[in-house]
Design a protein around this ligand. Structure first.
Ligand code: CO
Length: 160
């Protein structure tokens, strides 16, 4: 017989991750940004070049999570080839963690292949690391630890 406490117990055992952002690679950043902000009405949170990753990133608030639009700086790069001729294409999902080093160690021990063996700097002040899609059912997956100076609740919840 199932334990009626099981959902609560499962939550207590769970990893605690929440969705930090969903990243979409785009061909035309201005047009896509206008769609998300002016037409759909999301608020823009940040915009920056992440040279090391070869992208410009724009973060858009979606409740407690972020939609991150990525523009490849080089149209011959792997991320641009991944997008191909599409106007936009889902690129990765990022989960927010509180201790990225510990999570990477735990996953490595569980046999998960890591793209980033050690965390590195991402957009919006985050520390990030990618897991290999061969170990995550084909979905490019990022772990993301926000800076201690930016509590999650600081995202705007409605338009000013
Ligand atoms: Co990301």
């Amino acid at each position: 017989m199932s334990d009626p406490r099981e959902p609560a117990l499962a939550l207590a055992r769970a990893n605690g991750w929440s969705i930090d952002h969903v990243a979409i690679v785009v061909a035309d950043l201005e047009a896509t940004l206008a769609l998300y902000t002016q037409t759909m009405g999301f608020a823009q949170l940040y915009r920056e070049i992440v040279a090391e990753q070869g992208i410009e990133a724009v973060g858009i608030a979606a409740g407690d999570s972020v939609i991150e639009l990525l523009r490849p700086l080089d149209e011959s790069s792997a991320i641009a080839r991944f997008r191909g001729d599409a106007a936009t294409k889902m690129h990765h999902i990022a989960y927010q963690v509180t201790d990225i080093v510990a999570e990477l160690a735990r996953l490595r021990a569980a046999g998960v292949r890591l793209i980033d063996e050690t965390p590195r700097a991402g957009a919006n002040g985050n520390t990030i690391a990618f897991l290999h899609p061969k170990s995550t059912g084909g979905v490019l997956t990022e772990l993301c630890q926000p800076p201690a100076t930016r509590p999650r609740a600081s995202y705007p919840r409605k338009r000013e």
